[in-house]
Design a protein around this ligand. Structure first.
Ligand code: BG6
Length: 515
C-alpha cells in the first residue's frame, strides 16, 4: 500500500493534487433559476455530494432575480433532480437539502450583494463554510463584468495573497464576442480578481475522453516519437451535432454561430491537446503554457486566406433519422436575414517545428446526421508498397481515432494479411472502449470541473492569454466573413455539410471521414 503522506520526490508529480478532498466552502450559483443550473450544475453537485466528494461542510446558495425563499429553491431543485434519479434519491436528497439556500436579488443592485454577504456569513456560522466562496456565473455574458464588480464592492472577494479563506469565480462561456470584448472582460475581471481566482470554464476539458488525450500522449512512450510532421500526414477534428436550436436557443445562437459557439473554444482546446508539446508536469501553469504556444502558432491569415481555407454554411429544411427538421432561417429567434453560420469547415497548418506543413481539418455543425465528436490522426504511408491492398482509401496508412463521444474510446487502424496464399492486406482495428474497459460510469464534465474549482486546481480551465490568443485567430475570420460578399453556403439538415467543405479537402487529395 502507498503511504499518501510519504514525501514524493518525483518532480513530475509535485504539482498534482494529493488528496482530492476540498475545503469547506459555500458555492454561490448566479443564475440559479436558469437552464444551466438545472440541466448541469445542480445534477453535478448532487452527484458529487451523493458520492462523498463534497467537503464535510458546505452550502449551495442560489442567487437569482426571482423572489424565492430557501424552501422554494429547495423544492425547485428537488423536482429537477428527481427526474433522472434512482431509487435512493429521497435518502440522498434528505442529506443534501439542509445545505441548500437562496438569496434573491437583481444582478445590478449593489444592496443585493450585501444581503448575499450577510447570508454567507450566517452560513459560515451555521454550516461551517469558513469564509471560502465559489461564485459560479451561470448567467448571460452581459452580466459577467457587472457581477464581478459588485462582488468586489461588497467585499465578497478575499485577497488572493492569503491561502484561506479563498474566493474563486467561475465564468461560463462565451468569454467575449471577439478579441476586443474578451480583452475588455479580462480587464474588468482583473480589476477585482487575481488570475489565480478566475476559472474560465470550457466543459470539453472536463470530458474524460478529452483528458485521455493527454494520458495517451504523455502516459505512454510509443506515441510521442511519431507524433509530428515526419509521421503524421493530417489531422481531422470533427464535432458533429444532430440538434438544432432546441430549447429556445435561436436568439443566442444567431449572435454567435458555430465559429464562436464551438470553434473558438471547444475545438481550439482539442487542437491544443493534440498539438501541444509535452509539459514539464501536469500542474496548471505547465500545461497551460504549452497550450498557449499552440494557439500562438496558429497561422496569421489574410482575408484571402480566410476565403481559401474556411467554409461557412447554414442548414436548410431536411430530416434527421426520419424526423423532419426545419431550416435555420425558420427557427425561432433567428433573424430573417441572418448570415449566421451553423457549420464551419476549416483547414489550417500550425507554424511550428513539430507540425509545419501538416494540415489540420476542422468541421463542426448543427443538424448533421448524428452526434459524433472525434479526432483522427492520419499517419503517413510506408515508404514502399510491397503488398496488395484491399482497403480503399487508406492506401496502407495507419489511422488513430480518438472518439470523444459517443462510443468513447480510441481505435488504431493498421493493415493485416488476409489469410491465404496471396500477399494481400486488409485494414483491421485495435479498439479500446471506455464502456467495456472500465466498469465505472464516466463522470459528467461539470462534476470534474466543479470539484477542481473547489480543490483550487486550475489545469482544466482556460487562462486569459489562451482566450485572447484564440480570439486573435478567430477575429481575422470574423472580419473576412463580415464582408457582405463572403459566401454562406447551405446544406440540407441531416447531411454532412455543404459540397464546398468536401472541395476544401479534395484540393489536398483528402476527404472527410465517414462517421
Ligand atoms: C456548448 C454549445 O458549449 O456545447 C452548444 O454552446 C453545444 O451549442 C454544446 O450543443 C455541445 O456540448 P456537448 O457536451 O453536448 O458536446
Amino acid at each position: 500500500m502507498t503511504d499518501a503522506s510519504a514525501k514524493d520526490d518525483n518532480p513530475l508529480r509535485q504539482n498534482l493534487p494529493r488528496a482530492r478532498v476540498p475545503d469547506p466552502c459555500a458555492i454561490v450559483l448566479f443564475g440559479a433559476t436558469g437552464d444551466l443550473t438545472h440541466r448541469k450544475l445542480a445534477p453535478a453537485l448532487f452527484h458529487l455530494a451523493s458520492q462523498g466528494h463534497m467537503p464535510a461542510d458546505y452550502a449551495i446558495v442560489g442567487f437569482a432575480r426571482r423572489d424565492w425563499t430557501d424552501d422554494r429553491f429547495r423544492s425547485e431543485l428537488k423536482t429537477t433532480l428527481a427526474k433522472d434519479s434512482g431509487p435512493d434519491f429521497e435518502h440522498a436528497w434528505k442529506r443534501i437539502e439542509p445545505h441548500v439556500a437562496f438569496s434573491s436579488g437583481q444582478f445590478d443592485d449593489p444592496a443585493a450583494y450585501f444581503d448575499l454577504k450577510r447570508k454567507l456569513e450566517q452560513l459560515d456560522s451555521s454550516h461551517g463554510t469558513m469564509g471560502n466562496r465559489l461564485f459560479y456565473l451561470a448567467v448571460a455574458p452581459e452580466f459577467f463584468s457587472m457581477i464581478v464588480e459588485n462582488l468586489g464592492r461588497a467585499g465578497l472577494i478575499h485577497s488572493s495573497q492569503k491561502e484561506t479563506p479563498w474566493s474563486r469565480v467561475v465564468i461560463e462561456k462565451p468569454f467575449g464576442h471577439d478579441l476586443e470584448s474578451a480583452r475588455e472582460l479580462n480587464r474588468d475581471v482583473a480589476a477585482v480578481l487575481d488570475e489565480s481566482q478566475v476559472y474560465r470554464i470550457d466543459h470539453y476539458l472536463g470530458k474524460e475522453t478529452v483528458q485521455n488525450i493527454q494520458a495517451l500522449r504523455f502516459g505512454n512512450a510509443i506515441f510521442e516519437p511519431i507524433w509530428n510532421r515526419l509521421h503524421v500526414s493530417s489531422v481531422q477534428i470533427t464535432v458533429a451535432e444532430e440538434v438544432g436550436m432546441a430549447g429556445g436557443r435561436g436568439s443566442y445562437y444567431d449572435k454567435s454561430g458555430a465559429i464562436r459557439d464551438m470553434l473558438q473554444n471547444h475545438m481550439m482546446q482539442l487542437l491544443c491537446l493534440v498539438a501541444m508539446e509535452p509539459p514539464a508536469n501536469l500542474g496548471g501553469d505547465a500545461v497551460r503554457n504549452e497550450k498557449v504556444k499552440v494557439l500562438d502558432s496558429l497561422p496569421k491569415w489574410t482575408a484571402e486566406d480566410v476565403a481559401k481555407y474556411t467554409v461557412r454554411a447554414r442548414y436548410t429544411k431536411g430530416s434527421i433519422q426520419g424526423a423532419e427538421a426545419p431550416g435555420y432561417l425558420e427557427e425561432k429567434g433567428v433573424a430573417a436575414n441572418s448570415k449566421t453560420d451553423t457549420y464551419v469547415a476549416m483547414r489550417l497548418t500550425l507554424e511550428n517545428w513539430r507540425w509545419a506543413g501538416v494540415p489540420f481539418y476542422f468541421r463542426t455543425g448543427k443538424r448533421l446526421p448524428k452526434r459524433a465528436s472525434e479526432i483522427a490522426i492520419q499517419f503517413r504511408e510506408p515508404p514502399a508498397r510491397l503488398f496488395e491492398h484491399d482497403s480503399e482509401g487508406s492506401g496502407g496508412a495507419n489511422l488513430l481515432v480518438l472518439r470523444i463521444q459517443p462510443n468513447e474510446g480510441a481505435s488504431l487502424a493498421f493493415l493485416a494479411k488476409v489469410p491465404g496464399s496471396r500477399r494481400r492486406l486488409q485494414e483491421v482495428r485495435m479498439d479500446f472502449r471506455y464502456g467495456t474497459a472500465f466498469a465505472v460510469p464516466t463522470p459528467e464534465a461539470y462534476e470534474r470541473l466543479l470539484l477542481d474549482v473547489m480543490l483550487g486546481d486550475p489545469s482544466l480551465f482556460t487562462r486569459t492569454d489562451a482566450v485572447e490568443s484564440a480570439w486573435r485567430f478567430v477575429d481575422v475570420i470574423l472580419d473576412a466573413w463580415s464582408d457582405p460578399k463572403f459566401p454562406i453556403y447551405e446544406y440540407t439538415s441531416g447531411t454532412w455539410g455543404p459540397e464546398e467543405a468536401d472541395q476544401l479537402l479534395a484540393r489536398d487529395g483528402a476527404r472527410w471521414r465517414r462517421l
